[in-house]
Design a protein around this ligand. Structure first.
Ligand code: G1P
Length: 301
């Protein structure tokens, strides 16, 4: 295996039906819910591009057309903005528009799990290493987590996983890795298990939804039996691949918001709003006032 094989392509699975956000997601993909003024999925695409990714492959499902439209040109909108002199908005839309031909869509026809969703991208990836970004998980830091995975990958090759530490009682919500010896930018992975019950996890390092994987994962996924949650789990396939190839983990030095949960989604909105030059000060004042008023009401009650 050539450790310097370039990672050019990224898979972004967007096939989930978002039941946790009903009724908001009745007629709209969960990936199009907004964090401040950008849809959730835009953050993963920007992070991938920041890390040097050239090709994005979305694994979609029914009723996800608005994601395709979001990453397409919008000539009527641009003309209308142009007539109103809204040049800043035009520049912003143009900056986020992917180069022609650099975005592809394929469908996961049945909700069989993350491992199956990734397998659906096999022909579009071909025989090369690829990045995988789960868009519910949003990186918040000086730079996105995927750039750090690329740093580690450039020295160790193989397969590289983004991790963070969680509370011991939260291991049953995530994939968890076992920690081996340290390397620059990370550590060697000794074990992987999907959603272990509290007290049975090999560590509290959880998979934060960022991966660089070798294409050999696809032949394993093709045979992968259902695992946790009765779904075809990527973590189980990675465990099999780890008997043939090295896996390293990169602890992210920012933090990841789990926007698959309502609490994480709201936290992300507040954190990104507070970090903005244009609205951060006003939002901070509002949040402080809301907290004071809430605590006052709680005390009175
Ligand atoms: C998936 C992965 C899990 C990972 C998590 C991050 O789980 O299977 O290993 O920790 O994403 O969000 P899911 O959230 O799809 O249940």
């Amino acid at each position: 295996m050539d450790p310097n094989r370039t990672v050019r392509k990224a898979v972004i699975p967007v096939a989930g039906n978002g039941t946790r956000f009903l009724p908001a997601t009745k007629a709209m993909p969960k990936e199009m819910l907004t964090i401040v003024d950008r849809p959730v999925v835009q953050y993963a695409v920007d992070e991938a591009r920041q890390a040097g990714i050239e090709q994005i492959i979305f694994v979609t499902s029914r009723n996800k057309h608005s994601i395709e439209d979001h990453f397409d040109d919008a000539p009527e909108l641009i003309s209308s903005l142009s007539r109103s002199g809204k040049t800043a908005q035009i520049s912003e839309l143009e900056a986020m528009l992917p180069t022609a031909g650099s975005v592809s869509f394929t469908r996961q026809q049945a909700p069989l799990g993350l491992g199956h969703a990734v397998w659906c991208a096999r022909d579009l990836i071909g025989d090369e290493p690829f990045a995988l970004l789960l868009p519910d998980m949003i990186s918040f830091g000086a730079r996105g987590c995927m750039a750090g995975l690329m740093d580690l990958y450039s020295t160790v090759g193989g397969n590289v996983l983004g991790v963070e530490q969680c509370a011991p009682e939260d291991t049953s919500s995530y994939g968890i890795v076992g920690k081996g010896p340290d390397v620059p930018h990370g550590f060697s992975v000794t074990h992987m298990v999907e959603k272990p019950p509290a007290g049975q996890a090999p560590s509290n390092f959880y998979l934060n939804g960022r991966y660089i994987l070798q294409p050999d994962i696809f032949s394993i996924l093709a045979r992968q039996q259902r695992g946790a949650g009765n779904e075809i789990q990527l973590t189980d396939a990675m465990l099999t691949l780890s008997s043939q190839q090295p896996f390293h983990a990169h602890p992210y030095d920012g933090r990841t918001f789990d926007c698959g949960s309502k609490q994480g989604f709201i936290e992300a909105n507040v954190a990104f709003a507070l970090a903005r030059d244009d609205i951060g000060g006003a939002v901070l004042a509002s949040v402080k006032a809301l907290v004071l008023s809430h605590e006052g009401r709680t005390r009175v009650a």
